[in-house]
Ligand binder design. Structure first.
Ligand code: NAD
Length: 276
């Protein structure tokens, strides 16, 4: 039965910045926000990634502007926020989604001696420092207008450390605690700060991870990367992977009026893998 009373949940006409928007989850988040009428600034360190994502959003009829952005660079973070405030009116929603799982020579960190300093530093720079820099750059204007939403993409690994990716797990746990600390600071300023913790999503990052599992563990030798991924999916209570839209919908919920009194939370979207 169709209804003439479609629910508006306060997202139409808002402006969101999504980092890592050229990647799998970033594009899923972009689609879910665009569906609700949110205008998008799509940022990625890869210019072609940002541009391709922007082209994909054309069908939604919202304003979409691609940006090249390295979230580890403070001046780039300040400049992009200024540009969005000028070009698109005001920045309402920041989705810190850009993330990496290691440096250029990443190997699984089991044993721990296999993780090198570049893995640790690159992961912390993007996953933790990048979140801090963009929050810092965005907050002043949000405080000034008394409304804002910050949504940080953490991970199931940030709630339950994984032995194969200890550096990544630690970085994603740092994102959750940073989320809580900032949520408290801005709680009276009309700004909510939350995290989403995805479980298993088939993306470039998981392909990179699966390749390393195949190299290191004999039981995965000869398997396709996708089969390695499917093995981990099967270990979860529900036995299903997350789509990029599953993550996008959680982000849209947290950005919407439906979540206006939710702050400082880290919501797992992971087929029940972690229940604490
Ligand atoms: N795929 C999963 O199963 C999974 C699970 C839990 C959490 N996550 C998190 O979700 C987020 C998105 O991951 P994904 O799976 O879509 O991976 P992805 O590799 O497809 O996308 C990551 C994007 O971030 C961009 N990026 C990397 N460094 C950057 C930088 N310095 N500045 C700006 N952009 C940069 C990349 O170019 C890429 O487009 C990450 O934070 C990741 O840690 C993913």
């Amino acid at each position: 039965m169709s209804s003439t009373h479609a629910r508006e949940r306060g997202l139409k006409g808002k402006v969101a910045l999504i980092t890592g928007a050229g990647g799998g989850i970033g594009r899923g988040i972009a689609r879910c926000l665009a569906e609700e009428g949110v205008h998008l600034a799509l940022a990625d360190i890869s210019q072609s990634g940002a541009e391709t994502a922007a082209e994909e959003m054309e069908e939604f009829g919202v304003n979409v502007i691609p940006h090249t952005l390295d979230v580890t660079d403070k001046s780039q973070c300040v400049d992009i926020v200024d540009a969005i405030n000028k070009e698109m009116g005001s920045l309402d929603i920041v989705v810190n989604n850009a993330g990496v799982i290691g440096g250029t020579d990443f190997k699984l960190g089991m044993p721990l001696s296999d993780i090198n300093e570049d893995d640790w530093d690159d992961t912390y720079n993007v996953n933790v420092k990048g979140v801090f820099l963009l929050c810092q750059a965005s907050l002043e204007k949000m405080k000034g207008k008394g409304w804002g939403r910050i949504i940080n993409i953490s991970s199931r690994a940030g709630r339950d450390g994984r032995e194969t990716i200890p550096h990544y797990s630690a970085s994603k746990a740092a994102v959750i605690i940073f989320t809580q600390a900032l949520a408290r600071e801005v709680a009276r300023a009309g700004i909510t700060v939350n995290a989403v913790c995805p479980g298993l999503i088939w993306s470039a990052m998981w392909e990179q991870l699966a390749t390393q599992f195949r190299k290191k563990f004999p039981n995965f030798k000869g398997k396709a990367a996708r089969e390695v991924f499917d093995y981990f999916v099967e270990q979860t209570p529900m036995g299903v992977e997350q789509s990029t839209e599953d993550i996008g919908r959680a982000v849209a919920f947290l950005a919407s009026d439906d979540a206006k009194t939710i702050t400082g939370q880290a919501i797992l979207v992971d087929s029940g893998a972690v229940m604490h």
